[in-house]
Design a protein around this ligand. Structure first.
Ligand code: SF4
Ligand code: SF4
Length: 442
């Protein structure tokens, strides 16, 4: 356990609210263990922001670990492929409720035959390969942002006129610790990934933004210094993990409302994405597994290396807990993870955590009461918008009003829902409002 005196135990937010991070500090001590794949893997065709790709396999086909099973076809640059996480046989396609979109989407069901792993691409030598070839590999390997957004990495790495690269290792969620474990366990791979990202973007000014304190990851810190990567110890604050606020914290620059960091010459990539990029280029690995943190009050935090498509019930079995002990499962962190109704749901590329709750840890949002207009949600909002007013405008479908309330600035941090004394889950209103405005904009 890390020494108590060395660490801040709460992230301080706007309005004086504090997020307790003792769960994270406990989880940091647990090294990664590799979860064997489940007997049946459920692999969604769409696991990123962007259109679903075209399936390449049919029922009865044998597939190999890392083999491309969904291609981007002619569906534009936002489409990324998906690869088989195991050697096995395709049992067919199923229409499964997607844990993120909530709607039914297509998934490929693969029966696992063995756990062997053999990269499917030839390693590339970054000194020999062109920028175009490196970008193509990142796309071919199906890399997306692993901080939770699942934005196609090749699109961000393909931006022009970028002068700053920020590697986001803030890992704000109070019960996740897999990014810090990567810094502890895979320092050489991380530095390779960061350098490759800088090379592809043709950027020399690189900042590594972290919540960790000096000396917490000594080997990695030395590598950063040796490679001229600036270390920025950002405020221990939950909301600063979002791109927009991180850019302000690191560079002191505002990303204009409705715009993104490239508009001010900056790109932000998550630290785990840098790891996946290095593995894709230097070892020919497609993105079929990732680090994540499992958390329950009973077990504490466990850092797991898990293949996409593995069922949640299989992970529960692996960590030695029974499904019947838990009433609610959140696919993600304690703050932001959506509740899933069924433990047969699989791990996705965007799954950075798994949090399970006993019946004693009841879901506060089950007993929603009317809004008392206390304004607490507005006070705590880190981007200074008014979630309560947005909720009202969304209910009335008042698009003009929603636009004037700058709803696109919302970083979906869920702090407003978390503090609401009436247990109102504000985040679905905010997401719907954002979708309505984006749809209107086309
Ligand atoms: S915190 Fe909840 S009760 Fe208070 S104004 Fe916001 S929505 Fe209403
Ligand atoms: S979810 Fe959006 S509206 Fe709510 S506190 Fe976070 S940024 Fe503000």
């Amino acid at each position: 356990m890390l020494e108590e005196k060395e660490h801040v135990h709460h992230f301080k937010e706007n309005g004086g609210f504090e997020v307790d991070i003792r769960m994270k500090l406990e989880s940091i001590d647990d090294p990664f263990t590799e979860v064997p794949p489940s007997d049946e893997m459920t692999v969604f065709l769409n696991q990123h922001i962007g259109p679903e790709g075209d399936p390449l396999v049919k029922k009865g086909d044998e597939v190999e670990y890392g083999e491309k099973i969904v291609d981007f076809g002619g569906k534009g640059k936002m489409c990324v492929p998906v690869h088989s996480p195991v050697n096995g046989e395709v049992k067919g396609y199923a229409s499964v409720r997607h844990p993120l979109s909530g709607g039914k989407e297509r998934a490929i069901i693969i029966e696992t035959e063995d756990e062997e792993k053999e990269p499917c691409y030839e390693p590339l030598d970054p000194k020999e390969a062109s920028r175009k070839e490196l970008l193509e590999r990142v796309k071919e390997a199906g890399i997306v942002g692993l901080g939770g957004a699942a934005f196609p990495t090749h699109v961000k790495l393909g931006e022009e006129n970028i002068s700053h690269l920020i590697i986001n290792a803030k890992e704000s969620d109070p019960n996740l610790a897999s990014d810090v474990r990567l810094m502890m366990e895979k320092p050489q791979w991380l530095i390779e990934g960061i350098k490759l990202m800088g090379h592809i973007l043709d950027v020399e000014d690189i900042t590594f933004a972290t919540r960790t304190e000096e000396g917490e990851t000594p080997e990695f810190e030395e590598l950063l210094r040796d490679n001229d990567v600036r270390i920025k110890r950002v405020r221990p604050n939950y909301s600063v993990g979002s791109e927009r606020l991180l850019v302000k914290e690191v560079l002191g620059k505002e990303v204009p409302s409705g715009e993104f960091p490239p508009q001010i010459g900056t790109i932000v990539h998550n630290v785990a994405t840098a790891y996946a990029t290095a593995k894709a280029i230097k070892e020919g690995e497609s993105l079929v597994s990732r680090g994540m943190t499992f958390y329950s009050k009973k077990t504490g935090g466990k850092n797991l290396w898990t293949r996409m498509g593995t069922s949640i019930e299989h992970i529960l079995e692996y960590v030695g807990v029974s499904q019947v002990e838990f009433e609610r499962i959140a696919l993600g962190s304690i703050m932001m993870g959506p509740t899933i109704p069924d433990p047969s749901y699989p791990v996705l590329k965007a799954t950075s955590g798994l949090t399970v709750f006993t019946p004693e840890e009841s879901d506060p949002y089950e007993e929603e009461k009317p809004c008392i207009r206390c304004g607490y949600c507005n006070t705590v909002c880190p981007v200074d918008i008014y979630p309560q007013m947005i909720m009202k405008a969304e209910e009335k479908n008042d698009i003009k009003r929603l636009q004037s309330l700058n709803v696109l600035d919302c970083i979906n941090c869920a702090l407003c829902s978390y503090v609401c004394p009436s247990n109102i889950r504000l985040t679905p209103y905010l997401e719907r409002a954002q979708n309505k405005i984006r749809k209107k904009k086309g």
